[in-house]
Design a protein around this ligand. Sequence first.
Ligand SMILES: Cc1ncc(COP(=O)(O)O)c(C=O)c1O
Length: 403
Amino acid sequence: MANPTKVPFLDLVTPHKELEEELLAVVKKAFSNAGFIGGPMVEEFEREFARFCDAKYCVGVNSGTDALRFAFMASGIEPGDIVITVPHTFIATTEAISQAGGQIRFVDIHEQTYTLGPDKLREYIDKYCQFDAKSGRLIERGSKRRVAAVVPVHLYGQMADMDPIMELAAKYNFIVIEDACQAHGAEYFSKKANAWRKAGSIGKAAAFSFYPGKNLGACGEGGAITTNDEAMAQRMKMIRDHGQAKKYYHDVEGYNGRLDSIQAGWLSVKLRHLAHWNESRRALAHRYHELLAEAKDSIVVPVEAAWTKGVYHLYVVRVPNREALQAALAEAGIGTGIHYPIPLHLQKAYEHLGYQKGAFPVTERVASEIVSLPMFPQMTTAQQDEVAQKVEEFLDAKVAATL
Ligand SMILES: Cc1ncc(COP(=O)(O)O)c(C=O)c1O
């Protein structure tokens, strides 16, 4: 039988205990005027989160999935347009593409960062597309459809290599929507701008999730879109509210996709702690790197590319026998996860896309080897030592068994 939990995969109880008074004050405030939908708490959070992301506008919505879907709808993606992303992401990325009327195409990830590989994107364009100078559209030759957008996913809190992706977007006239659902506060060094840029400030728009376990998590569902495009922000505000800018005047059909005021108030409280929580995640990640350095021949630790300051939403390692490692850690009372075990192109939901096993070898290899170790800002060094020691014991035993 497994030991009682010594190190949870994620501790959501401690931060809520620490902030209990402030969080309860938000509820009292909402009760005092029964302002549960929209209003000052939502607007205040939107202003603060836009500032945090160095973006001009923020639109609070009901989830990261809504954020992606509304961003696609408001950016002019038309039914049948092609939207390219990676198969190594959570299914919400592609659900939102289909639900906005887009056709999903995948390109493989970069082996070190697990994010969209700009070379893979260039290869797809060169091999399968043609730029029609007259219409200014990039057309996929086989289907004759327009490639309207690319969605880099800043997975695990590490940013995709955005300069070359933005360069291709400018050259071929498609838009870039960042999936920043795991990357609140992550930064990218743009050689082009010679400056650090925040996740959510580079693409045409970016989607964030505030699912409770995220770096900035609500106490329930929540999400937001950031953009520097005012017209797009206005369209997304309409889409989240049944297509209306004025009550009962519906310009388009929309959704009920608003962010609750109490969630916005809670997010404002937590946002004040996000920078130091992210610092704590970064310090823990660097300490994990050091603790696991001796086992470097049998484990691959996360690589922080020179272009990123990652915020370690997850600390994901690679080992050849990850189920056995997970079992050994569970036996020692240590929680783990797999993000994600089955690449999207091999999911039943996407059989109709016609991708075969072997289509994206990097994604497939990575998906079969990854394990996410415990990572949360309040993790103690004693807890971390315990994890590292058990991982090393497991790897040593494996090495000994092969001698
Ligand atoms: C990469 C990615 N995209 C999109 C989402 C969807 O966010 P939500 O669960 O808030 O709808 C998530 C959340 O898990 C995610 O990790």
